[in-house]
Write a protein that binds this ligand. Structure first.
Ligand code: UDP
Length: 329
C-alpha cells in the first residue's frame, strides 16, 4: 500500500482526505502541529506531531516511510486574519511550505498536491473564473498561496518535483458518515457560523456588507463539498504518479450563492429562523467568486457529487447537530 504524507491531516479538509485515502487503498501518514487541527480528527493513518519547518522531523518521516506523494493542507486560511496578521500568513503559508518543498527535494520525494485557492484571483474581471484568469489577490491569504504556486513552478523546472495546484472555491460540508466535520477555533466561516446560530450557540450571524454589486448586495461564493475536494486530490495525485506535472485546476460547483442565500437555505434545512445583523464589509473580500471547473472535469476525470448547496449544508447540519461544540477534547 502506498504512503501519502498528509500535512495538516488533523484539519478540516486534511482529516477528511486521510479517510478518503484510506478508503481508496492508500496509507495516510499525518504531520500536524495541532495549532489549528484536532486530535479527535486524526482517525486514519499514522501520526507525527510537529512543524513543517522541522527538518529533522521531515527527514525522519521520509526515512521511516516510503512516501509516494505529499498533500499539503497545513495553511492558515482566514481572509480577515490575513489582513490584520500578514506576518503569520507569510511565515506559515510561504516560508514553512518552502521548507517542506526543500525537504522533499533533499529526500527524493517528488509528487506534491498543493491546496491553493480562488483567493489568488482577487476581484475577478470575468465570472465564472477560468484557470487562466489574471491572478491579482486582494488579501495576504491569497498572496501567500499565489507565492507558493510560483515557487512550485520554479522548483519543478529546477528539481525533480511534480506538482498540481488545486484552487478551491469555498470548502463546505461534512463527512457524509458524520464522523468528521468543520471546527475552526475561532470559527470565521459562514456555514458553520450560521449552523451554530441555528443551534442556539450564537445569538446572530453578522452579514459582512450588503452594498456589494450583487443581486441582494451580499457577497457571492461558490461552495464545494469536502468529499468532492478529496476526490480531486486523489485524481490529481494519481495523474502526477503517472508522470504528469505542473498544472492547476479550479475546484468549485460553478454556482454562486450570496450570504443571504446561504442563510435562507440554512433556515429551511434547520427549520429555524436565523437572526442576522448587517455590519461593515470585511476587508479583503471580493464581491463575487464563482468557478469554471470544466478543466478538472475533463482532464482529471473529476465527478463532483454535491452540486446543490442544500445537499452540502445538510451534511454540515447533521455533523453540527451531533457535535454542537465541535470536537470535544
Ligand atoms: N461572511 C459573513 N459573515 C460571517 C462570515 C462570513 O458575511 O460571519 C461572508 C464573507 O464576507 C464571505 C462569505 O461569507 O463573503 C464566505 O466567507 P467565509 O469566511 O466562509 O469564506 P471565504 O470566502 O473567506 O473563504
Amino acid at each position: 500500500m502506498e504512503n501519502v504524507l498528509v500535512v495538516g491531516g488533523a484539519g478540516y479538509i486534511g482529516s477528511y482526505m486521510c479517510k478518503y485515502l484510506s478508503k481508496n487503498g492508500y496509507a495516510p501518514v499525518i504531520l500536524d502541529n495541532f495549532s489549528r487541527g484536532h486530535r479527535m480528527a486524526v482517525r486514519y493513518g499514522k501520526l507525527y506531531e510537529g512543524n513543517i519547518n522541522n527538518d529533522g522531523l521531515l527527514a525522519k518521516i521520509f526515512t521511516e516511510n516510503k512516501i509516494a506523494a505529499v498533500m499539503h493542507f497545513a495553511a492558515y486560511c482566514y481572509v480577515g486574519e490575513s489582513v490584520t496578521a500578514p506576518d503569520i500568513y507569510y511565515k506559515n503559508n510561504v516560508s514553512a511550505t518552502l521548507n517542506l518543498l526543500e525537504a522533499m527535494v533533499k529526500n527524493n520525494v517528488n509528487a506534491f498536491i498543493f491546496s491553493s485557492t480562488c483567493a489568488t484571483y482577487g476581484n475577478p474581471i470575468d465570472v465564472p473564473i477560468f484557470e487562466d484568469h489574471p491572478q491579482h489577490p486582494i488579501n495576504p491569504y491569497g498572496r501567500s498561496k499565489l507565492m507558493v504556486e510560483k515557487i512550485l513552478k520554479d522548483f519543478s523546472q529546477a528539481f525533480d518535483l511534480k506538482y498540481v495546484c488545486l484552487r478551491y472555491f469555498n470548502a463546505a460540508g461534512a463527512d457524509p458518515e458524520e464522523e468528521l466535520g468543520e471546527d475552526h477555533r475561532p470559527e470565521t466561516h459562514l456555514i458553520p457560523l450560521v449552523l451554530q446560530t441555528a443551534l442556539g450557540m450564537r445569538d446572530q450571524v453578522e452579514i459582512f456588507g450588503n452594498d456589494y454589486p450583487t443581486h441582494d448586495g451580499t457577497c457571492i461564493r461558490d461552495y464545494i463539498h469536502t468529499d468532492d475536494l478529496a476526490q480531486a486530490h486523489l485524481l490529481a495525485m494519481e495523474r502526477i504518479m503517472g508522470g504528469f506535472s505542473g498544472d492547476m485546476y479550479n475546484l468549485g460547483n460553478g454556482k454562486g450563492y450570496s450570504v443571504n442565500d446561504v442563510i435562507e437555505k440554512a433556515s429551511e434545512i434547520t427549520k429555524t429562523s436565523i437572526k442576522t445583523k448587517v455590519v461593515n464589509r470585511r476587508q479583503g473580500d471580493p464581491a463575487i467568486l464563482v468557478s469554471a471547473s470544466q478543466k478538472a472535469i475533463e482532464e482529471l476525470g473529476w465527478r463532483p457529487k454535491y452540486h446543490e448547496l442544500d445537499a452540502i449544508i445538510e451534511t454540515a447540519w447533521k455533523w453540527h447537530k451531533k457535535n454542537p461544540k465541535g470536537y470535544e477534547e
